[in-house]
Design a protein around this ligand. Structure first.
Ligand SMILES: [Zn+2]
Ligand SMILES: [Zn+2]
Length: 465
């Protein structure tokens, strides 16, 4: 039995693991690389395995850095089942169709440029037809339900508390009488996040593959993160400025709506809030439907108010024209994707708002190297957007406390429930975060920690004496 780390090795995006157990070959996640142009090019690299030899895929959650390359896998011959929780299966539908649309648009734009330059045109990474084909392969599974996708392999999704449907994965594999257990953390959520339940924990496993996005950072900041956000809105309302919040369409946006709805009136806020992302609107619809995944607070709130995703000041925009109309407005809040401001409508809003000092930009999630969000976070005073140089005069705030990822101490706490694993592999983090978390796990929990490089293969051996 072995595991090959195919992505998210010393970087945050591109989660993908190839597992081999006897004759069976399968993947855990098949994610896309996100970030600057260099990272995005990695998505075109050939797979290190033969897609038509892969028997099935186990998917931890619907974020694109975990599921985004599934349509390409299908385009290249994969025909097996894709197992995911019910909510993840529903969310993957809108995420993969949206991603295919982006790939098609990008290829069209590149092709027009190439034609003018007399160069060869490039095909999209995958198409809507490939995404639709992948959707037929999804099989929803309930949290906690053990299933056997192939002889000798047993799997179980447990709640990871990161976004709706998110799971960590408990796996047991058997080959010639030898049994190995391995847990994939997926993305671990912060305890106390709104709407969804807190992460469950796992106790007994030979191997643990664990994310480390915030392995070197604590979310602690001055004051309550939500209060800080509300204060920024109050200030903008007084000065007649705008607040732009780049936000992942899936997860982050629904939580921001939940937080703001709870506090809006009490804090004297009446600025209109625009959710300017058709994908976020669709994701919110799926959040609305999957009430079984809510925590008790959200269930109570729903019973009291009838809806946790609507309030008078909240508007959802759909068309590109509606989005453009926001350019002329003052005194509004715009929550728009992408979360790292490297694509999507939020780029236009930043272009129109960054140069005015009465405006605010609130960064609420992880920003990968090479993205516009990261450059703003690093305090750059001039940025290029759509080829135009824009002065950054707006106030940029970072509120990591609103993150969907566990921080350093929360990751340590989550890992501490595991009873002396044989080995821990740290992935899904930049090198600094990974090595910092490695030290912590070695010192505090006496774990044996490995830091895989991309494409590295590990033998998984039974640790039973
Ligand atoms: Zn995620
Ligand atoms: Zn992730």
């Amino acid at each position: 039995m072995d595991m090959q780390v195919c992505g998210a090795a010393r970087e945050v995006t591109g989660s993908c693991y190839l597992l081999t157990c006897g004759e069976t070959q399968f993947l855990v996640d098949c994610g896309m690389y996100q970030g600057g142009a260099e990272e995005r090019d990695d998505n075109f690299d050939p797979f290190v395995f033969d897609p038509d030899q892969i028997d099935f895929v186990l998917l931890t959650h619907a974020h694109i850095d975990h599921c985004g390359l599934i349509p390409r896998l299908v385009q290249e011959g994969f025909q097996g089942a894709i197992y995911a929780t019910h909510a993840t299966a529903d969310l993957s539908e809108i995420m993969l169709l949206d991603s295919a649309h982006i790939q098609e648009m990008e290829a069209e734009w590149q092709s027009r440029k190439s034609k003018r330059a007399g160069r060869r045109t490039k095909d999209p990474l995958y198409t809507t037809a490939d995404a639709e084909q992948s959707l037929r392969l999804f099989q929803g599974v309930s949290y906690g339900e053990e299933f056997s996708p192939a002889p000798g392999v047993r799997a179980r999704f447990r709640d990871a508390g990161h976004i709706l449907g998110s799971a960590f994965l408990e796996l047991r594999m058997e080959e010639q009488g030898e049994e190995v257990s391995i847990v994939f953390s997926g993305d671990v959520g912060q305890p106390g996040q709104p709407i969804i339940r807190d992460p469950e924990t796992t106790t007994d496993t030979d191997y643990l593959v664990m994310e480390s996005t915030y392995g070197d950072r604590l979310h602690d900041q001055e004051g309550e993160p939500v209060e800080n956000l509300v204060h920024v809105l109050q200030e903008a309302q007084r000065a007649g400025g705008n607040v732009i919040i780049p936000s992942f369409a899936l997860g982050r946006t629904q939580e921001l709506i939940y937080f703001l709805r709870e506090r809006y009136e009490d804090y004297g806020l009446d600025m209109p809030i625009y959710i300017d992302s058709p994908l976020a609107k669709r994701a919110t619809e799926i959040y609305r439907r999957h009430r079984a995944a809510y925590d008790s607070e959200a269930i109570d709130c729903l019973a009291e108010t009838g809806s946790i995703f609507t309030f008078p000041e909240l508007r959802y925009t759909e068309s590109a024209d509606e989005s453009r109309e926001l350019n002329g407005k003052n005194g509004i809040v715009i929550i728009s994707a992408s979360g790292m401001a490297d694509a999507g409508r939020v780029k236009h809003h930043l272009k129109h708002n960054l140069w005015r000092p009465e405006n605010h930009v609130v960064i609420v999630g992880f920003q990968a190297h090479g993205t516009l969000g990261r450059r703003l976070l690093d305090g750059e005073k001039r940025v290029k957007i759509f080829g135009e140089e824009i002065a950054v005069k707006a106030q940029v705030h970072f509120m990591p406390g609103l993150s969907a990822h566990a921080d350093r101490n929360q990751l340590l706490e989550w890992a501490s429930h595991v009873d002396s694993p044989h080995r821990v592999f740290l992935t899904h983090g930049e090198a600094a975060a990974i090595f910092s978390l490695k030290e912590l796990l070695e010192e505090r929990l006496r774990f044996q920690v490995a830091v895989p490089r991309k494409h590295q293969i590990y033998r998984l051996e039974s640790t039973a004496a």
